[in-house]
Design a protein around this ligand. Structure first.
Ligand SMILES: [Zn+2]
Length: 84
């Protein structure tokens, strides 16, 4: 929110210049021997190549979620973003 009037143009994918739209993605993190999969993460998804881009505020929230999961001892954890 810069105060300037934003142009309502469609974002382009940095990889293929395809059109981006809001969607969700799943992302995985490897922490030592453990794998944590986070599902239903809000992201902008390319309609052409399927590449997903998460906003920094979303990444911050996932990092908080991963901190909470450090106490778990399962090798594979699957969590939903909304549980963060
Ligand atoms: Zn693309």
């Amino acid at each position: 929110m810069t105060g300037r009037k934003e142009k309502n143009k469609i974002k382009k994918c940095p990889l293929c210049s395809g059109g981006m739209s809001d969607g969700t993605t799943a992302t995985s993190f490897f922490i030592g021997e453990r794998i944590i999969v986070v599902k239903d993460v809000p992201a902008e998804v390319c309609g052409d190549c399927g590449e997903a881009y998460m906003k920094s505020i979303v990444v911050d929230r996932i990092e908080t979620l991963l901190d909470k999961l450090e106490d778990l001892h399962s090798e594979v954890s699957i969590v939903h973003y909304e549980a963060a």
